[in-house]
Design a binder for this molecule. Structure first.
Ligand code: URA
Length: 208
């Protein structure tokens, strides 16, 4: 499998469509037989400067075929808007494209089968910043078992981008006190792009 699309296709909707076509109705790992309804490929701008990478689709994403559309997704949308961006200006994908049964943790063989497609998405979109949402995504991308508390607050070189680990929105829903640290990470991402956050208050520590 070639890892990158032909140069003239990179950063276009066609390049992403070609990767989606290659994925097909994937049976490369066992998740296709474990109750997933559909593949959740990714959504957003084909040449976004910022790419968010989560863990795997949940129940709502499995129904709608779009990443981050459930409660955690609604919080992610607010985080994106707090950065002065719209969802359609960024690219959003997951390490796994299929929902694990009962939202269990992805397993190593599933990551191994699926991650080449995320790598191709990264190679196509060529984001300047990748924001890894939560310990699972950050560990899977960086191939480490470090706790998220050690990874966040740092900027990593990754596949031609700056990778910034932060807390997963699901965790922030359970532990809203950590939103302030997540906001620092989002401001770091904006800083890498030479952008300022809009003069809005930082996301509150409420359950919203
Ligand atoms: N959690 C994730 O990691 N990804 C989604 O798409 C939804 C919830």
């Amino acid at each position: 499998m070639a890892d990158v699309a032909p140069i003239q296709l990179i950063r276009t909707p066609e390049a992403l469509a070609a990767i989606r076509d290659e994925l097909g109705d994937c049976t490369r790992c066992k998740l296709h037989g474990l109750g997933r309804r559909q593949i959740v490929f990714g959504v957003g701008h084909p040449s976004a400067d910022i790419m968010f990478v989560g863990e795997a689709p949940g129940a709502d994403e499995d129904v709608q075929g779009i990443p981050f559309v459930g409660r955690a997704g609604q919080l992610l949308t607010k985080m994106i808007e707090a950065m002065g961006l719209r969802r359609d200006e960024v690219y959003i994908a997951n390490v796994l494209k299929c929902r694990p049964p009962n939202n269990r943790d992805p397993q190593p063989d599933e990551v191994e089968s699926c991650e080449p497609f995320l790598f191709k998405q990264i190679a196509s979109v060529q984001p300047k910043v990748i924001i890894a949402l939560g310990a699972f995504a950050a560990r899977a991308l960086l191939k480490t078992m470090d706790p998220i508390s050690r990874m966040r607050g740092r900027v990593y070189e990754y596949r031609g981008a700056k990778l910034i680990p932060t807390f997963h929105p699901s965790f922030l829903l359970r532990s809203p006190g950590y939103k302030r640290e997540a906001w620092e990470d989002l401001k770091t991402a904006l800083g890498v792009l030479g952008r300022q956050p809009p003069s809005l208050p930082a996301p509150s520590s409420s359950q919203d």
